[in-house]
Design a protein around this ligand. Structure first.
Ligand SMILES: Cc1cc2nc3c(=O)[nH]c(=O)nc-3n(C[C@H](O)[C@H](O)[C@H](O)COP(=O)(O)OP(=O)(O)OC[C@H]3O[C@@H](n4cnc5c(N)ncnc54)[C@H](O)[C@@H]3O)c2cc1C
Length: 290
């Protein structure tokens, strides 16, 4: 019975890299697609909204939490077939890179060192770094359409990838179940070099305090961090949330920060950048419960 696995009043801050967020009224850790579908059916029967959670590394969850069912996808199986890798949505992409290294397969090294990033979350927002995006390696995606409760596989073209965009972001009824990546055979030394480069870059440039990575998309490829810094906002603090001193497109939690403090900093950065540069920043971070 799926109802026995559904927990009540679960603190969501434990499930986000920001370490911020109120309670989920209901919470289910879905270990496979059967559990995921059963959870969604249950939420529909109860007339409750539901939300899909990956690693929580790009999420700002409100202090009030979520008055519905949060489904955390934790299915993380993977299978290599030549240069193809089929991997389930809940797999940690940063760890998948190590499995690829063992097989001498290249393409996902950019994800090394990103905490908690799951395959599902990465595909949803077409994550990437160093000029490479998730979309570059994707052959197909298996999805669940929650409107019809049917499972199907769509091609790379049908995913409608763009900068930080995909069909999944535009259609919340489509849930990523698994992905087929097409990788490239390379020497282990070359792959290791790319992994080290990604890890070194993140150590040097990213904040060590809890965050959700980049808050804003880069408009017209001008780094949002540069715009925010030029408004004099680096280090700006509201409550215990701060625009990172290391990277102005990161907001960090200095300890028990409120979601509202982060939201106020986001609104402030948008307003100042709009006033000074006439550019409207758009959030990369996703909201829940606002
Ligand atoms: C220190 C740090 C560094 C980062 N560096 C980078 C970087 O270099 N490049 C980059 O692109 N990002 C970066 N990020 C941001 C983040 O890791 C990515 O956006 C990541 O893809 C989010 O994945 P997630 O599993 O954590 O998704 P979550 O944060 O859990 O969810 C994000 C969105 O995806 C949706 N979602 C999750 N899984 C599914 C699914 N299976 N089906 C449908 N929708 C789903 C959720 O509903 C939500 O709307 C960084 C974050 C941190 C904390």
């Amino acid at each position: 019975m799926i109802t026995e696995r559904i927990r009540r009043n679960v603190p969501l801050k434990e499930y986000t890299t920001f370490k911020i967020g109120g309670l989920a009224k209901y919470f289910l850790e879905a270990k496979n697609k059967e559990e995921l579908m059963a959870g969604i059916q249950w939420a529909k029967q109860q007339g409750l909204p539901f939300f899909i959670l990956g690693g929580g590394s790009n999420l700002l969850i409100s202090d009030e939490g979520f008055d519905g069912l949060v489904l955390r996808i934790s299915s993380d199986g993977f299978q290599f077939d030549g240069e193809r890798l089929k991997v389930e949505a809940g797999a940690n992409l940063s760890l998948v890179v190590n499995e690829c290294l063992k097989k001498r397969l290249s393409g996902l090294e950019w994800a090394s060192g990103i905490p908690k990033i799951t395959v599902g979350g990465a595909v949803y927002g077409n994550a990437g770094a160093f000029g490479v995006t998730c979309a570059d390696m994707i052959e197909s995606v298996e999805l669940l359409d929650t409107d019809t409760m049917t499972i199907k596989t769509i091609s790379f073209e049908e995913c409608q990838f763009d900068y930080k965009e995909s069909i999944f972001k535009k259609n919340k009824n489509l849930i990523i179940l698994s992905v087929v990546f097409r990788l490239e055979a390379k020497a282990a030394e070359e792959i290791e070099k790319e992994i080290k480069r990604a890890l070194f870059y993140r150590r040097e440039h990213h904040s060590s305090e809890p965050s959700a990575g980049s808050v804003f998309k880069n408009p017209f490829q001008i780094p949002a961090g540069e715009l925010i810094e030029n408004c004099g906002l680096k280090g700006k603090r509201i409550g215990n949330a701060q625009i990172s001193l290391k990277h102005a497109n990161f907001i960090v939690n200095l300890g028990e920060a409120k979601a509202q403090d982060v939201k106020n900093l986001i609104d402030l950065a948008k307003k100042e950048v709009q006033n000074k540069f006439n550019i409207l920043l758009e959030e990369e971070v996703q909201y829940l419960g606002f």
